[in-house]
Design a protein around this ligand. Sequence first.
Ligand code: KIV
Ligand code: ZN
Length: 516
Amino acid sequence: MSDDKHIRIFDTTLRDGEQAPGCSMNLNEKVTLARQLERLGVDIIEAGFAIASDGDFASVQAIAGALEQARVCSLARTADADITRAGQALEQARHSRIHTFIATSDIHLEHKLKMGREQVLEEVDRAVRQALQYTDDVEFSAEDATRSDWDYLVQVFTCAVKAGATTLNVPDTVGYTTPVEYHDLIRYLREHIAGSENLIFSLHCHNDLGLATANSLAAIEAGARQVECTVNGIGERAGNTAMEEVVMALKVRQDAFDGLDTKIRTTEIYPTSRMLSSIVGFPVQPNKAIVGDNAFAHEAGIHQDGVLKAAITYEIMTPQSIGRPSNELVLGKHSGRHAFRDRLTEMGYELADEDFQRAFRRFKALADKKKSIYHEDLESIVSTSVSVDDGRFRLGNLVIQSGTFATPNATVELLIAGEPKKATAQGDGPVDAVFKAITELTETKAELLQYQVKAITGGMDAQGEVTVTITEDGRRVIGHGAHTDIIVASGRAYVTAINRLEAQKTHRPQPPPRGI
Ligand code: KIV
Ligand code: ZN
């Protein structure tokens, strides 16, 4: 194993993660999350795929300008235009990287690229050299590496290194490999690529067989020193390697991993997980390792008894070590702007003035209805205040009539580009009636795929958080809304989703290139 004990965390939540259906984010949300990733201590942030759309370009550019410490990276295929676009988007970055890739498996060469092996080598050489005109840090990925011929991989990576790449990424694009096989592949590459001691080998796993974390750790044991991963493991299909799992495995089992460690501030793991999940409205499964609701919940009597006697009996890490807050009350009705801003800063949110004012108004309105305001309430206030910024539609007043005798009926007021408009509709229930009235006002063609409601915190006065998933023409977006009245929360969630759909139609005329 190499003497280098630093495992670099390359976070691709904003690129591979954002490719997951329903996980798209707007510019403000991406910058907010990128700042939190920097605070978490990730080494490299893949901010997007600059050529994919004007929206992607703008977010790579904004993140490049906003971050101080973390290296900001853009993905690019080997095409000339891809590299140019990535280079332009990164101009303002203090530390930049271009990550260029091309597929290397015969399956991809034959069916997707329709190229021969020699042609791919020429592409690699040209792309890496071109990327070096924009940055001194170039990463090369051999897409579908784990289904590629090993000797051909050696040739491709050698070519990338001769052209100037210093990080070599070995993606398990389709989540196909196994820990032993991946370990052997990384070792084989390190042994057969000249000058490997001066290169960083990187792993990139997908979770199709539920092996992403195990494969990642196996690659680290074989000498890989960069982990490509996402927060909560979001990403294409079954997702990518979950950052929090690899980081905590290395931390908790330093003995098994020979003292290897990351520079992650582990107490920022939970806040980052919550921030992502509230921004994209994508809940974390309750039994998810490290960040799931039940990850530290001891239900069985025998376990509870043990934990009370000595936590070490059943707890291999503490909730505090990953920054899980106790259910403490954080703010109340009398808290002012100052206290509110301080709390948000502590939680990693830096809001633009307009978003802050909107969030503060929401906080005050909530504090009037609800005695205790918890972390989760603040997260939902922030996410709903930041997400509405690019929306043409804004929910105004809402009146519903419902019950066992009355036909559910809703009158909804919507501000459309600032102009108030009203519609009344009937439905199977009050939520259905509200959605019908909003559909009429927005003239949306979107179809409702999913509707979920949950209480954000405990207690009779808890806020309800509603998540809706809607779809139109192959686009799928999620919207969420929170309020002490779940009908209002539902209306907010639906309007947010429609705004996001509209934004996608304008900023992302085509879905981003797939097959990556
Ligand atoms: O899964 C994959 O192969 C990728 C590459 C672009 C690194 O995401
Ligand atoms: Zn990937």
